[in-house]
Write a protein that binds this ligand. Sequence first.
Ligand SMILES: C[S@@+](CC[C@H](N)C(=O)[O-])C[C@H]1O[C@@H](n2cnc3c(N)ncnc32)[C@H](O)[C@@H]1O
Length: 238
Amino acid sequence: MEHNLLSTKDADGYGILDAADKRGYKNAYIDYLQKLALDREGAFKSTDIVLDFGCGIGRFCPWLASRCSQVYGIDPGTEVLRLAVQYNARPNIVYQVYDGETLPFPQSYFNAILCVFGGVLQKHVFPEEQLTHIVGELQRVLKAPGMIIAIEHVYGRTPARHYPREELLAHFTRHGLVCTSHYPIRKGHWPILYMIRLGLIPASLLPRLAQYELDKRRRERESYLDYKDYLFRFEKKG
Ligand SMILES: C[S@@+](CC[C@H](N)C(=O)[O-])C[C@H]1O[C@@H](n2cnc3c(N)ncnc32)[C@H](O)[C@@H]1O
């Protein structure tokens, strides 16, 4: 993936990853770590039809397409989707714009759904009512049994504009989705991340560092001031 693509902003001005990371080392690290976390989760199967909800520039779509039978990437942003089509096209990926509310798919269409929110799951972007509606939509288009993997920032001391972890969980469980695991995979302001961003750590070490960080975060205590990327696994039981 081209590094400058990862510093793209979406239509609301949020970075796909860190929009200020012009050299791209930090974004490449986060991209690698998140995909490693998904691989460890073993969530996607070769026969799966998968939805990448809020796919942005299609960062995960080729990765999913190499593991699954068919991938749909949807997003309300036409500019990010244009980049997705230009840089991340594959024969088994369909990119589709949607209105941000109603998923353009029939009931029980997907075996699995990936949602990597990257910090946009905030109250002014997805107000309570819209979030409830969207989770209901995700539940509707998911087969039973089926699985949703979500990655989103979780704050130790939640700023007013973000949803606390318990509220996020409640939005999914309200629709009958069972959270079978959730755990931190990455720390937002890890000092080593700054060193990576400055190019002080050789790129060849980044894969090992990502493995180290994934293991480290799972062992850590809950309390922290910073945000962490959490991986959530929800299941729709058959
Ligand atoms: C931080 S980016 C993450 C993109 C991608 N999932 C990734 O991790 O590379 C957040 C994405 O959410 C999309 N988004 C904003 N509102 C949305 C909505 N109502 N439904 C789905 N996606 C939305 C934005 O257009 C943007 O592409």
